[in-house]
Design a protein around this ligand. Sequence first.
Ligand code: TYM
Length: 345
Amino acid sequence: MRIVSGIQPTGNLHLGNYLGAIRNWVRMQDAMEEGSQCLFFLADLHAISMPHVPADLNAATLEMAAALVACGIDPERSILFNQAQVPAHSELQWLLNGTARMGWLNRMTQFKDKSGKNREGASAALFTYPVLQAADVLLYQATHVPVGEDQKQHLELARDIAQKFNNDFGGQDGLAGEEIFTLPDPIIPPEAARIMSLRDGTAKMSKSDPSEMSRINLSDDADTIMQKVRKAKTDPEPLPSEPAGLEGRPEAANLVSIYATMAGVSAEDVLRDFGGEGFGKFKPALGNVLVETLGPISSRFTELKADREELDAILARGALEAREIARPTLDAAYKALGLVRGSGM
Ligand code: TYM
């Protein structure tokens, strides 16, 4: 197994990232068997697809690295790095641009969401972003990619690109059917595939939401967490005693699912305890569960992010290892396309 995934170093790491992806990264790392490998990276190259402040990007990348380590990513067991230190990501993206089809990219919902009404003014990088994401995983022959639901479409595109590239350019050395790229499988946690905003149960919790009250950040202190939960949007009904009763109540459903995921129980269990109760009772209990779990992560994060030298060293070491793993696949892709490079590349 080779497990690969990334996160953009823009904004804070929030509860959606944690429950939808990072917690799974840690679980997969901890369950890793001999011969398997985990690569986790900060997608700083992706961050330039939207307006950004260059002077802040490096600090944000280091901070996100600290957040991942605080969540349990162990740089001794997993390879942790940032894309910008592994040029093979950009190189492979260009090679895959010849295979990706405009029609495929036109269907990507994230481009539609992020470009909004300003399609013509969006960067070309925002449009071709999913090809870079395909390069991110294909470069390492990833077998499994732990992500939240919103990345599923990008992973499907990565599979389509890999398949077409293999069909069009594989097997030229007399090895009929030789596969250049492995088709990766997305790993999406069913119980936390999509954590929603605390202000609107129909919108996903996101770094780009202008309201800080919409998300819980891993750097929030206990008071802030309690306040955000207290102010979370709800409806006037008490909680139902079974999950079916959450239908048509997106905010209530979201809070129940956050409680269940954080406490490691099912929604049925939560409603068995809180069915018939109002949010006045449920919200403080939810706040407590969040504070208990996130508190230790948040203190580790505060400690780690102060040590920039150590973070730099972790990322430099990770990049060195990532470059080694990437090399044979990148070489094979150049060769398959008939591109000749001198020795020493
Ligand atoms: P990003 O940085 O937006 O999010 C990082 C991870 O968090 C998950 N996630 C969520 N899960 C559940 N509920 C939510 N509200 C929520 N918000 C975010 C995302 O699904 C993701 O797994 N394009 C990617 C980064 C990337 C990547 C890759 C991922 C670049 N290359 C290659 C996997 C493989 C992104 O912007 O994620």
